[in-house]
Design a protein around this ligand. Structure first.
Ligand SMILES: Cc1ncc(COP(=O)(O)O)c(C=O)c1O
Length: 361
């Protein structure tokens, strides 16, 4: 046999791996997580319920009670709900059932890396639509591309830039798209808006959501998909059996049941986001861009790699997005606890002062 690596698809060999270097940092504001943990009362209830469950048995093949809760929570029919081991699994399952060689996939850029990665692994023909210079979506251009596409993926609010698509533009895309339109709502709770009510009107709409962000459950890996039941049945063919374990299932149900405890935490994150934006906009040489999510990007008048490293030395970990298209001068920060945001703003202000740089007009 020749080189066994030659059996790997060229499209896969050409890809850069999706990975994240792990630095231990006291202030970790790099992954768009919720800085507020799941309230203790909910954690205790979940522990107790899991303790009373037999671990030697498989979980239910279809987690009917979680699905039913999700349907009520999302005001959608339960046959149109699919749960996943994080929404990443559902992005993959959806791509697997749609994308093959020659299928056209429209993806704004920059956006969440996984869409393009899976589409390319599956041989899809990726059409990238750049954001506008103000880092907002280019609605008319997306519409033109979506007309010819088998799959159009929109992340609303967009990771990493935080923008949302104008509602009229979205409806035009849904009305005229050549195929499915997937809206990844991983951060929708922070934006105060959702496209889920459009599911009744548009059969080509698929909505993805996660428990990893506003729901404070990134460690437990739960996501869900909403779509018309016939479509969900097809996507379900590509997910693994028993993809959700009993712990995650129980915790997701408990989070929904006690959502009134999570809501104030989400509101605090939103208030902190606005305070963080104000703070950043007061630092010379730093230009934050408005965001509807729990993170934001900011442009630097100096080398972002240098600022990233200087923050790391102070124990503050943000995300260096300077290799993303259009973001060569940017870093991304997630909203942390108030004291973490203060520490970040103070450190960044000091670092920038030592650079004495200003954004060119
Ligand atoms: C836009 C977007 N979608 C999906 C995910 C993944 O979510 P999950 O943890 O549910 O797999 C992320 C995580 O960062 C994300 O930013």
């Amino acid at each position: 046999m020749g080189d066994p690596l030659s059996t790997i698809k060229p499209a896969v060999r050409d890809l850069k791996p999706y990975t994240l270097k792990h630095f231990k940092a006291p202030v970790k504001i790099n992954q768009n997580e919720n800085p507020f943990d799941m309230p203790e009362a909910v954690k205790r209830a979940v522990h107790q319920a899991v303790f009373e469950t037999a671990w030697c048995r498989y979980p239910d093949f279809v987690p009917a009670s979680l699905i039913s809760r999700l349907a009520d929570f999302s005001h959608w029919k339960k046959e149109g709900v699919l749960v996943g081991n994080g929404s990443n699994e559902l992005i993959e399952a959806l791509m697997v059932v749609v994308v093959e060689k020659g299928k056209r996939v429209v993806i704004p850029q920059p956006t969440f890396t996984l869409y393009g990665m899976f589409a390319r692994i599956l041989g899809g023909d990726c059409r990238e639509v750049p954001l506008r210079p103000d880092l907002e979506f280019d609605g008319p251009r997306l519409l033109r591309e979506a007309r010819e596409a088998d799959l159009t993926i929109l992340c609303l609010p967009n990771n990493p830039t935080g923008g949302v698509l104008d509602r009229d533009d979205l409806e035009s895309i849904l009305r005229q798209a050549g195929g499915l339109v997937v809206v990844d709502e991983a951060y929708h709770e922070f934006s105060g808006q959702s496209v889920a009510p459009l599911l009744e009107r548009f059969e080509n709409l698929v909505v993805l959501r996660t428990f990893s962000k506003a729901m404070s459950m990134a460690a437990l890996r739960v996501g869900y998909l909403l779509g018309r039941p016939e479509l969900v049945e097809q996507v379900a063919k590509a997910k693994l059996p028993y993809n959700l374990n009993v712990f995650s299932m129980t915790a997701a149900s408990a989070a929904l049941e006690h959502f009134e405890l999570l809501k104030p935490q989400i509101e605090r994150v939103i208030a902190e986001r606005d305070r963080l934006w104000e703070g950043l906009s007061r630092i010379p040489g730093v230009e934050p861009f408005p965001s509807r999510a729990n993170f934001m990007v900011f442009r630097l008048a100096t080398d972002p790699g240098m600022v990233f490293r200087a923050l790391c030395e102070e124990g503050i970990l943000v995300r260096d997005v300077s290799r993303y298209p259009m973001l060569g001068q940017f870093l991304r920060v997630s909203v942390g606890l108030p004291r973490e945001n203060d520490r970040f703003l103070e450190a960044l202000s000091r670092i920038m002062k030592s650079q004495s740089a200003v954004i060119p007009a």
